[in-house]
Structure formats: C-alpha cells, structure tokens
Write a protein that binds this ligand. Structure first.
Ligand SMILES: C[S@@+](CC[C@H](N)C(=O)[O-])C[C@H]1O[C@@H](n2cnc3c(N)ncnc32)[C@H](O)[C@@H]1O
Length: 256
C-alpha cells in the first residue's frame, strides 16, 4: 500500500500462507463463499478475469474451472503466490499468477471481470479504499463488472464470536469507528490456527469510494448457504451465520 503499512500485510501472509490455505476446507468457505462467489460472477464462459488478492489461488482456480478463458491472480505475498504456482504445476488448470500491490497495480490490459475476495477490508482509510477501487476501475474493459466478498460493514459486533463453531470468527471494538481493526481468527480442522486484522470503514465510505473511482451500481448481497451445505449438517448448524452474517457479497460495474 502506498500509505504506511504498520501491520506489514505482505509479511503476515508470508508467515500464515499454509494455515490460510487450510482454511479453504472449512464448511463456511466450501458451502457459503464458493457458491456465492460463482453466483455473483455469473456466466464465465470465454471471459477474462483478474483476481485481486488471489492468495494461494483457491478462488482463482475455481473461476477458471467454471469456464473463464483466462484468469490472472495477483497477490502482495510472495509465499501465497508460490503456493498458487505450485498448485498450478501440480494440477494445471491454466491460471497465471503475479505478485503485485492492488493499491497501485497498473497492468497493460483490461478484463471482463475483476474479482476481489477478502481484499477491500484491508483499506484502513477512504484514501486506501479509493486506491483499490481505482485499480479495479483501471483494469475493467468496457462493459466490465466487479464482484467481491468482504467483511460486512453492516455487521453487528454483538455477534463477533457467534461464528466460532465454523472455525472463522471475529473480535474487535463493540462500536467500531473508521479505521478500527477487526481481528479475524481461524481454527482449522487439523488444529492449525491463524489470526490477522481487517479494518472497519462505513458502508457510506465504500459507496463514496466506488462512486469516486467511476464504479457504478454498488450492491451488497447477503450470502446464502448452498443446498448441499444445508443437507450436510444437522439442523441449526448454520443458524448463527444466517442470522448474523459477518461477510457479504458485492457487485459493481464500470460506469460510463
Ligand atoms: C484473507 S486473504 C484472501 C485470499 C483469497 N482471496 C481467498 O479468499 O482465499 C487476503 C489476501 O489479500 C492479500 N493482500 C492484502 N493486501 C493486498 C494488497 N494491497 N495487494 C494485493 N494483495 C493483498 C494478502 O496477501 C492475502 O493473500
């Protein structure tokens, strides 16, 4: 990021890359994130996709396997990109990867779809969010769209811990203000753990940054549990996430 980064996000993800990769096996990622991301993305056949903050490429591969013609994943963390490239070598699906900072990325090409799964909440200020939004805008082809998953800025902090049973939960101030950290905790099924900070900005700040960057029609989407997810767990298992969602889907499009 162009502003001072006291947390050193790149170093953090270099350290927790393997634990984070393991979290993609958690039910919340499998039965909520994956189907909702594909639903928000819509038909991918023949489309070019830029996956910002692709991490170790979990969703990058998913988007390619769902029919996208080309998918390029970008991430700040060298270790995350190394894991993504290793997965591509092990099981080639045709994804490409590059290290880069979503705050100032300037590739010499544009894409039909820009995706950001759990990136935008790394912005601690409106200026940083605007940098991310301008990067999205800069890489969208005419008629292009943006989809993302993000910390839900309308969440109720009273329910921070209610998602412990899913292996992903949050802690932070009861009444967050602009820029306050919200800590994400991960406890994987193999016992490995990780935690890292996301940041609160109001929904109004998001709306302003998107509009200022030239991204139109920002909409927020409540994430649903897939049918097979509902069937795979006992009644009540999903109640906490359905009643008090902490993450949300987003869509926007390139404005004229
Ligand atoms: C919570 S992980 C999400 C990874 C992947 N999208 C997923 O959902 O599996 C956040 C990722 O954002 C990356 N990241 C954070 N700030 C970034 C930036 N400014 N530019 C590019 N990547 C960034 C981190 O390195 C990390 O891989």
């Amino acid at each position: 990021m162009t502003e001072r980064d006291p947390e050193n996000v790149e170093k953090k993800y270099d350290q927790i890359a393997r634990q984070y990769r393991k979290s993609t096996e958690l039910p919340l990622r499998v039965y909520v994130d994956r189907p909702n991301l594909l639903g928000l993305a819509g038909p991918l056949d023949g489309k070019s996709v830029l996956d910002l903050a692709c991490g170790e490429g979990h969703y990058t591969r998913l988007l390619k396997q769902a029919g996208a013609a080309q998918v390029l994943g970008i991430d700040l963390s060298h270790e995350m990109i190394a894991l993504a490239e290793a997965a591509e070598r092990r099981e080639p699906v045709g994804c490409r990867y590059q290290t880069g900072d979503a705050a100032d990325l300037a590739l010499e090409r544009s894409f039909d779809l820009v995706v950001a799964v759990y990136l935008l909440h790394y912005a601690r200020t409106k200026t940083q969010l605007l940098e991310f939004c301008r990067t999205i805008r800069r890489h969208l082809a005419p008629g292009g769209r943006f989809v993302g998953l993000n910390l839900d800025m309308m969440f109720d902090p009273a329910h921070y811990a209610s998602r412990k049973r899913y292996g992903i939960w949050f802690s932070g101030p009861p009444n967050p203000k602009e820029g306050d950290p919200v800590t994400v905790h991960i406890a994987n099924q193999d016992g490995s753990t990780a935690s890292f900070n996301n940041y609160y900005l109001t929904p109004e700040t998001y709306a302003q940054a998107f509009a200022e960057a030239g991204l139109k029609d920002l909409t927020w989407h409540t994430l649903q549990v897939s049918e097979d997810g509902l069937a795979a767990f006992p009644p009540g298992y999903w109640d906490a996430t359905l009643a008090h969602p902490m993450t949300v889907g987003m869509r926007a499009r390139l404005g004229p």
